[in-house]
Design a protein around this ligand. Structure first.
Ligand SMILES: *Cc1c(COP(=O)(O)O)cnc(C)c1O
Length: 240
């Protein structure tokens, strides 16, 4: 299958999953996870209807940005972000999806303040409590979300999660539904003037349809759009 056909197939499955869950397909944003892809592939994906690109490495983001490869699309940052690289990301991306500590929140707020802007962010939750993964713990989330809401130069838009790799349909549904409840908990504690915190970023190639059934508003899809990536360990490992 060509890129164009794969994109159309994923878009059709997203729409079907939404309708199957009684939801409007327009509620769901497809974020193309573009790690290891070339400038030309990113341009081709955007020419074929991709409107959001998700990058998980600062180095790749910077290179594609400087090449102008993202013209016509938004860019989201979806990978682990070190505080010393915040300068290369804040103001350049519409949404930083992977904020998981107070330290990082404060660094983003400070940089956004310097630039005179407000940076949209999601808090990443390590919903399965995996030692190998980024994300704050479920226990840390209430305090972290209060901090995010209080900082003047970040705008909390919702939550993101990367549950374990799923090998069978339905496997991650409990994690997806837990994420949905965590988002509801946050919104319940908010006052009316604290903006709209409604983005739920979850679901990847193997399980985005399940994620949509459980309330995802943004799915991050890589290999189902671009084909398989080189295996981890071959020099292009999935950084996380
Ligand atoms: C690579 C990546 C994805 C997409 O993974 P696929 O399984 O290829 O769809 C989603 N989210 C993050 C954070 C990623 O790094």
């Amino acid at each position: 299958m060509q890129l164009k056909e794969r994109i159309a197939a994923v878009q059709a499955k997203i729409a079907a999953a939404a309708l199957g869950a009684g939801r409007d397909p327009k509620e769901i944003t497809l974020c193309a996870a573009t790690k290891v892809q070339t400038d030309d592939t990113i341009r081709a994906a955007i020419a074929t209807g991709i409107r959001v690109c998700g990058e998980n490495r600062v180095q790749e983001l910077t290179a594609h940005w400087e090449a102008g490869a993202y013209a016509g699309a938004q860019v989201h940052f979806i990978g682990h972000l070190q505080t010393n690289k915040v300068k290369q990301v804040v103001g350049r991306v519409e949404l930083i999806q992977s904020v998981d500590s107070l330290h990082l929140l404060q660094a983003i707020d400070a940089q956004a303040g310097k630039l005179g802007l407000v940076q949209d962010i999601l808090l990443e939750v390590n919903v399965a409590g995996e030692a190998s993964k980024g994300g704050c713990s479920i226990q840390e989330l209430p305090d972290l979300s209060q901090s995010a809401l209080a900082l003047p130069h970040v705008r909390l838009r919702g939550l993101m999660a990367i549950p374990p790799v799923s090998n069978a349909p339905g496997e991650n549904c409990a994690y997806f539904s837990a994420m949905r409840n965590l988002l509801i908990d946050i919104t319940k504690k908010m006052s009316d003037n604290q903006g709209s915190v409604c983005c739920l970023s979850m679901g990847m190639s193997a399980d985005y349809e399940d994620a949509i059934a459980e309330g995802a508003t943004l799915v991050r899809v890589g290999s189902a759009l671009f084909g398989p990536r080189p295996p981890a360990g071959s020099g292009c490992s999935m950084a996380h």
